[in-house]
Every structure is written in C-alpha cells, then in structure tokens.
Design a protein around this ligand. Structure first.
Ligand SMILES: Nc1ncnc2c1ncn2[C@@H]1O[C@H](COP(=O)(O)OP(=O)(O)OP(=O)(O)O)[C@@H](O)[C@H]1O
Ligand SMILES: [Mg+2]
Length: 259
C-alpha cells in the first residue's frame, strides 16, 4: 500500500547564459500531489503532459528527493528508509534503463541479485516472468538494439523479479503494440487478484481508455496538483459527464478548455 501526501518538488531553472540567470523562475514540477493506492487495486495517475506524473513516480522510486511531503510504502517512509522502501517496490521508470551489453535474462537476474535474491531464485523467476510476458525468445539476446516494446517487457520483468508487493509503472504501454498492451493489461489484472498477490499497482498514463479499462482508482493530476480522485464512475458523477474524456478535460483544465 502506498500513501502519498502533499508531495512537492521544484527544479532550479537551467542556466541559459549569465544574463538570463535572474529572470529564470524555478520549475514547480509537483506542488501538491496526494493519493492513497491500496493493495489489490490498480491506481491510475492520469494527467496531461508536464502535469508532474513522472516527477512524482521518480520521487517514489527514490531517484530524486522531494522538497516537501511524505511517501509511505507499506508503512515505511521512502525518504527516511529508502532501501527498505525500495525492496517493497518494483519500479518501471520512464527511461527503462537497461544495460545494453547484458542479455535480457542477465538484466533481470542482476537486478534480482541487487535486491538480495539468490541467483538461482532470480533465474527461475526470470523464466516465469518471461513466460507471463511472452518474451521467452528474447531472454538470451543482448538488450542493445531491442525495440521499444522489447525493452519495456524486459524492464517490466526486471521490476517484478523480486515479487514486490507494490508495483509502480510510468507509462507502461508506451511503445507497445495491441497484443503487448493486452498482455500487459492481463498481467496487471492478474497481479491485482488474491492469486496474483493482491499487489498495489500504480501507473501513470494519459490514455483514457487504459484508465477506464483497468483502474479501480483514478488520481487526476494537473499542474503538479491532485485535482480529483475516485473511480471512473465517481468522476463521471462528480462532473455530470457521461464521457470520461469530457470529465477528464473538465477536471484537468478547468476554465482552460470549453467542455
Ligand atoms: N530535471 C528537470 N529539470 C527541470 N524541469 C523538469 C525536470 N523534470 C521535470 N521537469 C518539469 O516538470 C514538469 C513536470 O514534468 P513531468 O515529467 O513530471 O510530467 P509528466 O506528467 O510525466 O508529463 P508527460 O505526460 O509528458 O510524461 C514539466 O514542466 C517538466 O518540464
Ligand atoms: Mg511522464
């Protein structure tokens, strides 16, 4: 279970020559993001480009430190106990970040070892995940030259190798074809069930259909803030819309776009 409250992060503006230094404002990537992601549910972080989704998930993954706010994973504070918190999370970041000289299998097993797994257990798990993600044929190829979808599958298997209770995915369907998207959807649905471990799953996207099809909870993020939170039907009810895209536009861009 993941609980995020009043998270904030700003980035110093890059220097574009000394004369502009004083006029450049810092970028407020995240101003106040708060949400709860319970176990056995899929929580979708939905927001337009630049809303702060990736920044939020990078803070959760311990890749950058927040300026303010709190992130708690299974009762563990991410900032104060990063290692313990990371051990309970599987993270698919936006960059995917594979080692190009290693094979897919080596990437997955190596990450398992980093998480404290015995090599044999990690190797066995890599086989199982490869079957689940339909990527067995890829296992012994170096990831250098992998297509976007192949990289995503490898990175996803790597994120899941230590069987984390919490799964955090930044735009996981980016670059996936229709079959791979379906396979991912089925995988996430399975991981949500008691047999699949009743995982706490958080993923970011800007694809409405994905949210409608998968998410138990939707967290709408806009301009670095949580602006709405609820199930798809609750958000429809709240906005008085029958179409989820309309509801989203109304919530994410109040006053900016005609409904
Ligand atoms: N390292 C950084 N330095 C400066 N600005 C940054 C940095 N990282 C993010 N930002 C800015 O913070 C804001 C939020 O970015 P973020 O990547 O979190 O958005 P996002 O919701 O993931 O968008 P997208 O849907 O396009 O992936 C953007 O304005 C972005 O330019
Ligand atoms: Mg992003």
């Amino acid at each position: 279970m993941i609980v995020i409250s009043a998270l904030a992060k700003q980035f110093a503006a890059p220097r574009v020559g000394w004369r502009l230094r004083r006029t450049q404002e810092p970028v407020r990537a995240v101003s106040e993001v708060s949400f709860d992601a319970p176990n056995g549910q899929i929580t979708g972080l939905l927001g337009p480009n630049g809303a702060g989704k990736t920044t939020t998930l990078r803070m959760l993954a311990g890749l950058i430190t927040p300026d303010a706010g709190q992130m708690v994973v299974d009762g563990i504070d991410v900032v104060r106990h990063p290692r313990e918190a990371q051990a309970r999370m599987g993270v698919l970041s936006d960059s995917r970040g594979l080692y190009p000289r290693l094979t897919a299998r080596e990437n997955i097993v190596y990450y398992g070892a980093l998480q404290g797994m015995a090599t044999e257990a990690a190797a066995e798990r890599a086989e199982g995940l490869a079957r689940m993600l339909d990527m067995t044929a890829l296992l012994d190829r170096r990831t250098e030259g992998f297509s976007q979808g192949e990289r995503m599958k490898t990175a996803l298997a790597r994120a899941l190798v230590h069987d984390p209770a919490n799964i955090v995915l930044d735009e996981p369907t980016n670059g996936l074809d229709v079959l791979a998207t379906r396979a991912l959807r089925d995988t996430l649905r399975f991981l949500r069930t008691p047999e699949g471990g009743a995982k706490c799953i958080v993923f970011s996207t800007h694809i409405m259909q994905e949210v409608e099809r998968l998410c138990d909870n939707v967290v709408v993020v806009s301009h670095g803030r949580t602006v709405a939170n609820g199930s798809v039907s609750q958000l429809l009810q709240q906005t008085g819309q029958s179409d989820f895209e309309q509801a989203f536009v109304q919530l994410a861009f109040p006053g900016e776009v005609a409904a």
